[in-house]
Design a protein around this ligand. Structure first.
Ligand code: B12
Length: 286
């Protein structure tokens, strides 16, 4: 039986500003056995410290303890790289440190990818995904691609800094139901729009459901450029992608009803989340 650990709990980046001992004091992963909680904090700090030669050791140890690949990605790997982002933003870290942390993430993902892909269920559709032109960030896009593959999609990952023509070529070749654009920079998010315009000009828009994601991307941006779906993380991306190929496969890309259906998924998730929070609060107060 895999070990179930809550990775959805909100966490405060302040908890990660000091050192390993301080972060161990927080209530993150309190539902895990003590040695797993400690291991998670080691992995989190391994990513923050960029000690990539030790990353696979922590991952292997966690897998041996039946922690799932998904828990590691959504748990200590996510919190670790989030703190790296904060340090970078605050000028506490510079590019070399961020690159070392990114190396940890890549090594961990390389080890976890086969486990995630092994979950692959029945074939549900085809996705083309890439980071838009000018943007080199690919950790998040890789996670989205892996999760989509596990959910039964055949994924063609075009890599990073993908020009619109390369997307067009891949769409013509693979005929996906979904195309996903990742962008992590405010200076490259506009390339999502540019790429979408080229897709429309080539007459391919109606045959495609267009997904957008990345740190600066929001639902408002998705609405503005006329994409079909925004997903803040890989789990939401998979849920919306599945809905597109099952419930909404007859709808055309760019259809306002499809857009509304995607928003409904967010609304239902939010409602379920607040219901759960309410139940937990009630249980805590007895
Ligand atoms: C790691 C990193 C790097 C690494 C990237 C390594 C790699 N191979 O990816 C390196 C060191 C190369 C790098 C370089 C730069 N970076 Co950088 N980087 C980051 C950092 C710290 C983490 C990004 C990350 O991997 N996050 C973890 C993943 C899991 O999260 P994610 O990418 O958001 O993905 C999730 C969701 O967004 C979503 N998602 C992502 N893609 C998609 C796609 C679809 C279709 C869908 C549906 C969903 C989806 O699902 C994912 C999984 O849950 C961020 C900080 C941050 N807060 O994002 C800065 C950050 C993005 N970088 C930043 C900057 C400025 C740069 C540089 C310009 C720095 C420089 N001066 O050179 C260069 C740009 C190079 C270029 N041309 O692209 C800024 C951007 C600021 C801005 N407003 O634009 C950030 C925000 C840091 C900061 N706070 O200042 N960076």
């Amino acid at each position: 039986m895999p070990l179930e650990i809550d990775t959805e709990k909100e966490f405060d980046l302040e908890d990660l500003q000091y050192d390993f001992e301080d972060s161990m004091e927080t209530d993150r992963w309190d539902d895990a056995p003590a040695e797993i909680k400690e291991l998670f904090h080691h992995l989190e700090w391994n990513i923050i410290d960029g000690e990539h030669t030790e990353t696979t050791g922590f991952i292997e140890e966690a897998l041996k303890a039946t922690v799932t690949a998904r828990t590691l990605i959504a748990g200590p790997m996510a919190t670790g790289i989030a703190e790296v982002g904060r340090r970078f933003k605050m000028d506490e870290y510079f590019l070399p440190e961020v690159m070392m942390s990114a190396k940890c993430m890549h090594e961990a993902l390389a080890l976890l990818k086969p486990l995630i892909i092994a979950e692959k269920s029945e074939e549900v559709g085809t996705v083309v995904v890439g980071t838009v032109q000018g943007d080199l960030h690919d950790i998040g896009k890789k996670i989205v691609a892996m999760m989509m593959e596990a959910a039964g999609f055949t994924v063609h990952d075009l890599g990073v800094t993908v020009p619109p023509e390369k997307f067009i070529e891949a769409i013509r070749e693979h005929k996906p139901q979904i195309v996903g654009f990742s962008a992590l920079l405010t200076t490259t998010m506009n390339m999502q729009w540019e790429t979408l315009k080229v897709i429309a000009a080539e007459g391919l828009r109606e045959d495609l459901k267009v997904f957008v994601g990345g740190a600066p991307i929001s639902q408002a941006w998705c609405d503005k450029i006329g994409a079909d779906a925004y997903a803040m993380d890989a789990l939401v991306a998979v849920e919306k992608a599945k809905a597109c190929v099952t419930q909404h496969h007859n709808m055309k890309g760019g259809d306002p009803a499809l857009h509304a259906a995607m928003l409904e998924i967010d609304r239902v998730r939010e409602e379920a989340k607040s219901e759960q929070a309410k139940t937990e609060a009630e249980a805590a107060t007895g």
